[in-house]
Design a protein around this ligand. Structure first.
Ligand code: SF4
Length: 296
């Protein structure tokens, strides 16, 4: 792949090895948010299997950010990438200290969270709350009740959530799956491993990656990072990953950089949503934003 000169930042790094120090040249491809190393195979063999931090190249667009350098022995090569872990943890700490715990996901129990995850597609939470309140008032917030109810009646109850005909169909599909596979019992679902469950959820009509992962994380406590438009906007504005990258690539970034901890993923996603609503809007309000110090 040919890259324009302006898209590359290169730096020479020196590392101690068993046979003396070795120098490697690392180049960062800015548009991909990643870096690669040009390193002779012979030198690599002398390097310890470890990671280092090195100052970012002078003039780098990310100020004091460092490069994270890891030795991947089985490939016989080195991989260098920005210190994503440090940066993502820094973002989390800043947001947590500015906003505090977000106590997500609001809902009485896992099934209500699952329903909320479907209803919140393309609408705000206040509208979802009104739809859920209608379901509760009609004593319809159970798998059996939703399964029995006509789609028209269900659409009427969830009307405040918007796209109510579409969402009624999606809710019926999900509940049908939930009853057929798991007898409508969350305890049965909990016995299934996360990749299997995710594959099953993605096959249900109207459930995409964000909804499936919201169910896995917030209803079932699985360590799966939820990516949404806010996450993509914040990360791309800070040069971490281009917003056009896929859901999976964003998710891999978090999974690779952070400890797989459902509590951390829960809080982090909720904080990013708060940031996106209050500061990182389509027109950003950087002044006073908890992440303004991370801008170069
Ligand atoms: S509002 Fe500005 S400082 Fe805050 S996250 Fe968005 S781009 Fe960064």
């Amino acid at each position: 792949m040919q890259k324009k000169q302006a898209d590359l930042q290169c730096v020479s790094l020196s590392f101690p090895g068993s046979g003396g120090s070795a120098v490697v040249k690392a180049c960062r491809i800015m548009s991909l948010g990643m870096a690669v190393v040009v390193s002779p195979h012979r030198q690599v063999g002398a390097l310890p299997a470890a990671c280092y931090n090195s100052p970012a190249p002078a003039g780098g667009s990310r100020g004091s950010r460092s490069l994270h350098v890891g030795y991947v022995g089985q490939w016989g090569m080195r991989v260098v990438e920005p210190d994503t872990k440090g940066l993502l943890m820094d973002i989390f700490r800043r947001l947590h200290s500015a906003f505090g715990p977000q106590h997500w996901w609001p809902g009485d129990g896992p099934f209500e969270v699952m329903v909320g995850a479907i209803l919140t597609q393309n609408t705000n939470w206040t509208n979802v709350e009104r739809a859920i309140e209608n379901l509760k008032r009609a004593k319809a917030l159970t798998p059996a009740a939703i399964n029995r109810m006509s789609q028209e009646r269900l659409a009427g109850l969830i009307r405040p959530a918007g796209y109510f005909n579409i969402k009624a169909g999606r809710l019926k599909s999900f509940v049908g799956f939930f009853i057929e596979r798991y007898f409508g019992r969350v305890s049965r679902m909990k016995d299934v491993d996360t990749p299997t469950l995710r594959r099953q959820l993605l096959k249900v009509h109207g459930i995409g990656p964000e909804t499936a992962d919201s169910i896995l994380l917030y209803a079932l406590g699985r360590p799966v990072f939820v990516i949404d438009a806010y996450t993509k906007r914040v990360l791309s504005r800070h040069g971490i990953m281009d917003a056009s990258e896929s859901y999976e690539r964003f998710q891999e970034l978090f999974h690779a950089a952070l400890p797989h901890d459902a509590g951390l993923f829960n809080e982090y996603h909720a904080l990013l949503v708060r940031l996106g609503k209050e500061f990182c809007r389509p027109k950003p309000r950087c002044e006073g934003c908890p992440l303004s110090g991370l801008l170069s």
